[in-house]
Design a protein around this ligand. Structure first.
Ligand code: PEP
Ligand code: MN
Length: 691
């Protein structure tokens, strides 16, 4: 008969009680002690986790590191086994601890999120300085209030007086060059450069509701903007220019008057916040107009470690033979690239010149530090104004942290008939989201971009011949799939990374940036390091993990429409990418699945107009995958251009009959020339040219 104190009641209990027998009281004491040790261990672990969170925050490293997590979990399994514990049960507990740790890090990160700052700029509300400052502070994840002041002097004075945290000023423009008034302030004032922003300038012609292009008489704007649009405004539209203090100020003046014969030449955002209608999209005579702005502070701020930097410094050289060359030799000797050098007369210091230099690198890099020592000896006076993230180096841009989900559309643009949850694709605070260029090929209302190339990269010889053919036809970018999403697992799947290398080198030989498809998050960084534009295919349009991951790369994304996706679903997919921090999105209509079977898919040309009504994102059309047959590609492509698409992506092949992928729809060389010839009159009629 079993008794209550039998040590062997069941095999399981028997196992648990094996070993030296202890009293119940003693066992309970041991449990309490083990629990205390567990809690203390958790405390110590969370403290370590917080320190890691802080270090990641400082260096801009992403919070989640999956390979490190896998390593930690692997180590746990080993530890559990060594201790004679069931690794699965121990793993469950430890996974819970890991989630808790990550949550703590996130909370810590949110607590440390920068507080709201005030930034002064020159101009009226929604001037380029205002829009660019908001964009930059968004990148820095810093909530901002922008304050528009009348002059640059007033902006700098507000900074010195402590009325604002930062000043935001333009230093150079692609058309008018160095902005002298600002550069002379930089040479004299005790200021620190904290960050930079390169901002594309768009001048639209905007007037009050009811005004017509034919009825306009006056164009109001800042004199520099008027100079940049003279041919269009005066020669083509026959308008008289009226100079006012600011471009966005012109929009305010026009909005306040009931004169329907005046229009403002202003940023799109300024037209929108002032409730004006845009009569002409881009009236600039010069496409590719940009301004570089600097964010200035009174105290230096450390640039995030591991982020490519630019450094700005000023120095004074004597007026003597070779003195400037001696100063600059310091950089040459250390192999440092200068990105800007400007000279300025120093008031009250005859014979001496002040210079401003921007260079690639950080004052904390050894070559830069050595160059500065040499430079100090060669120059009369050297001041380092700051090292800050180089926002123009696309390839190595810092990885962005997740966008603040609390960002709310304050004043949705009239163009943005947004439905729930679509805040960014519709344009927020007048901001024009979407790619402005594809690897230097401008995207704007006067350009049309042709991307062409084979469906897949098949061999070095094939892509070389394809690139040559694409270049000679006048296209601007080369497409080619290295990773192919094939319906059949038995079809050619692409050459992978090797194919990508062949594509990039063929593109380089023929001066063509390349577009290629990304299928998996795991390949994203490696592809982004080589390709210029990343394509997300129809089959992946709702791969939300992939869309989110695209937020961390600084590459334009060509987002194909899913073959069964509504426009709304397509825009939501674009919103994922924008919200994750990558604004360079281009949509691509490629045909949808309908009851019609005479074409591979049904090209939805209406979607071009619908999307343009709802967003500022550029829209491309892929007639090849919609048509599925070579004969239909050119007519559909021309229709897309006529309907207002911003560009095309078409498939072609040096020898279509031998193509390993989508051979029926591949254009031959003469087809590609026919396409370009057909596009010319359509684009000319729209005032556009092939980029
Ligand atoms: C492609 O462009 O190669 C492609 C596969 O297109 P889609 O994703 O539109 O089918
Ligand atoms: Mn294809």
């Amino acid at each position: 008969m079993e008794t209550n104190d039998s040590p062997q009641r069941s095999p399981l209990v028997g196992k648990a009680l094996a070993g030296p027998t202890v009293s119940l009281t003693e066992a309970r004491r041991q449990i309490d002690e083990a629990d205390r040790a567990l809690v203390a261990a958790l405390r110590a672990r969370l403290d370590a986790v917080r320190n890691i969170g802080a270090a990641k925050e400082a260096s801009g490293t992403p919070l989640v590191n999956r390979s490190r997590e896998a390593q930690v979990a692997g180590r746990w399994t080993e530890l559990a086994e060594e201790a004679g514990l069931n690794p699965h049960a121990a793993g469950r507990v430890l996974r819970e601890v890991l989630h808790w740790s990550k949550r703590e890090q996130e909370l810590e990160w949110q607590k440390n999120a920068p507080t709201r700052v005030r930034v002064a700029y020159q101009g009226a509300r929604a001037a380029n300085g205002d829009l660019a400052a908001r964009q930059l502070m968004g990148l820095r994840r810093t909530p901002v209030d922008t304050i528009g002041l009348n002059t640059f002097d007033a902006v700098i004075a507000a900074l010195h007086a402590g009325d604002v945290d930062y000043a935001f000023v333009p230093v150079e423009n692609s058309i008018v060059g160095s902005i002298e008034a600002v550069n002379s302030l930089l040479l004299q004032a005790q200021l620190h450069v904290i960050d930079e922003e390169k901002w594309d300038i768009e001048h639209v012609l905007a007037a009050r509701e009811g005004a017509t292009l034919a009825g306009l008489r006056l164009a109001l704007s800042h004199p520099v903007a008027l100079r940049q649009c003279r041919n269009t405004l005066v020669d083509s539209l026959g308008l008289e220019s009226v100079e006012v203090w600011d471009t966005a100020g012109a929009a305010e003046i026009v909005a306040a008057s009931d004169d329907l014969t005046q229009a403002a030449v202003c940023p799109r955002g300024a037209a929108e916040v002032n409730g004006l209608v845009i009569l002409r999209d881009d009236v600039s005579d010069h496409p590719g107009n940009w301004t570089r702005f600097l964010l200035l502070g009174t105290k230096p701020e450390k640039n995030a470690a591991g982020v490519p930097s630019r450094t700005t410094l000023s120095f004074v050289a004597d007026h003597g033979v070779g003195s400037l060359a001696r100063c600059l030799a310091a950089f040459e000797n250390e192999g440092i690239n200068l990105t800007r050098l400007s000279s300025h007369v120093l008031p009250g210091r005859p014979g001496q010149y002040g210079f401003l230099v921007d260079l690639e690198g950080d004052v904390e890099d050894e070559p830069v530090a050595r160059a500065l020592v040499a430079m100090r000896a060669a120059s009369r006076q050297l001041t380092v104004l700051g090292s800050y993230p180089d926002r123009s180096r696309r390839q190595e841009m810092p990885r962005m942290k997740p966008a603040n989900p609390a960002r709310k559309a304050k004043a949705p643009s009239p163009a943005a008939k947004v439905t729930g949850g679509l805040q960014l694709v519709g344009g927020r605070d007048g901001a024009r989201e979407g790619a402005r260029e594809l690897a230097g090929i401008p995207l704007h209302s006067k350009s049309f971009v042709l991307i062409a190339g084979p469906c897949a990269v098949e061999s070095g010889a094939q892509i070389e011949a394809g690139a040559k053919m694409v270049r000679e036809a006048g296209a601007s970018l080369l497409r080619g799939g290295a990773f192919k999403p094939r319906t059949s697992t038995y079809s050619f799947q692409g050459l992978g990374m090797e194919g990508l290398d062949l594509l990039v080198s063929a593109g380089e030989r023929h001066g063509l940036p390349v577009v290629t498809e990304v299928l998996r998050v795991a390949d994203l960084d490696a592809i982004a390091a080589r390709a210029d534009v990343l394509q997300i295919g129809a089959r992946n349009m709702q791969n939300f993990e992939l869309l989110r991951a695209l937020g961390r790369v600084d590459r334009p994304i060509l987002l194909k429409r899913g073959m069964s996706a509504t426009v709304d679903e397509w825009l939501h997919a674009a919103e994922y990418i924008l919200a994750a921090g990558n604004r360079q999105v281009v949509l691509c209509e490629r045909g949808i699945r309908t009851f019609e079977t005479s074409t591979r898919a049904t090209l939805d040309l209406a979607a071009i107009a619908v999307v343009k009504e709802r967003t500022h994102l550029p829209v491309f059309v892929d007639p090849s995958h919609a048509a599925g047959r070579r004969e239909l590609v050119v007519p559909l492509a021309l229709a897309a251009a006529a309907a207002g698409a911003d560009g095309l992506i078409v498939e072609c092949h040096p020898d279509p009959a031998s193509a390993l992928c989508d051979k029926e729809q591949a254009l031959a060389e003469n087809d590609l020339h026919r396409l370009v010839d057909g596009l010319q009159p359509i684009l000319a009629g729209q005032g556009r040219t092939l980029a």
